[in-house]
Design a protein around this ligand. Structure first.
Ligand code: 8X3
Length: 257
């Protein structure tokens, strides 16, 4: 843990649930102060109080990554130490449905594309220049095993996560002559609210995804993010594919009946 004099700042998008929340908690416990991005301020305030109990200072920064003007206003409001973001965790992301590419809902696809790709890219474009100026920083993108290969009913989601891989790789190339690092974490099955959203609130269907297999948790992914962030500065954890032991690919799992 770092001491109070040198506390670093992490900004986590989508910080009030799932992997994002687990990252906020983990980094707070390890001595970071946390910028909590979320859409609903009251959820952020509840997490802020919990992070305070871990000794972390936190700032709630409500905006929806889909709307660039909201991001610009929010980042522009940062004052003092909060401007000096050391780690950006581009976590906000979602999936809707398991529809075929010729049958799905175009509006839902727009939300996925706007959040998972355009939101992540806007955050990167707006936060990274300050990191380059300060000569330090780490961008951790939450990609997915879904970005490695398309799976049935996942076409658009898989495409967004393939984009996250390309954007991570491209950023790493563009920052190669700087001290900044870029990490793409590609989780497989992680039990969070993710599947509930995918099945549009149908908890039973969501639970079924994880039946017969021990899925990872948000906390497991936060450990990976922390491993990357706390690696020595000369070491760049570029990409991590992490899944349950009984998962082999996006489509091959072993489930006990
Ligand atoms: C989540 C992984 O395989 O459930 O990004 O779509 S998967």
């Amino acid at each position: 843990m770092t001491n109070n004099m040198e506390r670093k700042i992490v900004l986590v998008t989508g910080a009030v649930s799932g992997i994002g929340e687990a990252c906020a908690r983990k980094f707070a416990a390890e001595g970071y102060d946390v910028i909590i991005n979320c859409r609903k301020p009251e959820k952020g305030e509840a997490l802020k109080a919990e992070l305070a109990a871990l000794g972390a200072d936190a700032l709630v920064l409500p905006f929806d990554v889909r709307y660039r003007d909201q991001i610009i206003t929010a980042l522009g409001s940062l004052e003092g130490k909060w401007k000096n973001i050391d780690v950006l965790i581009n976590n906000a992301g979602l999936v809707f449905g398991v529809d075929k590419e010729f049958e799905g809902n175009l509006d839902e696809w727009d939300i996925m594309i706007d959040t998972n790709i355009r939101g992540l890219l806007s955050m990167t474009r707006l936060v990274v220049p300050g990191m380059v100026e300060r000569g330090r920083g780490h961008i951790i993108n939450i990609g997915s095993i879904a970005g490695d290969a398309a799976y049935p009913g996942g076409s658009v989601y898989c495409a967004t996560k393939a984009a996250v891989k390309a954007l991570s790789d491209g950023l790493r190339i563009d920052l190669v002559d700087t001290p900044l690092r870029v990490t793409n974490i590609k989780p497989g099955l992680v039990e969070t609210n993710f599947s509930v959203v995918r099945f549009r609130g149908d908890k039973a269907k969501a639970d079924n995804v994880y039946k017969g297999i021990r899925p990872l948790t948000g906390a497991d992914i936060a450990e990976v993010a922390w491993f990357a962030a706390s690696a020595p500065e000369y070491m760049q954890i570029a990409e991590v594919l992490v899944m349950p032991t009984n998962q082999a690919t996006g489509t091959i799992t072993y489930k006990q009946s």
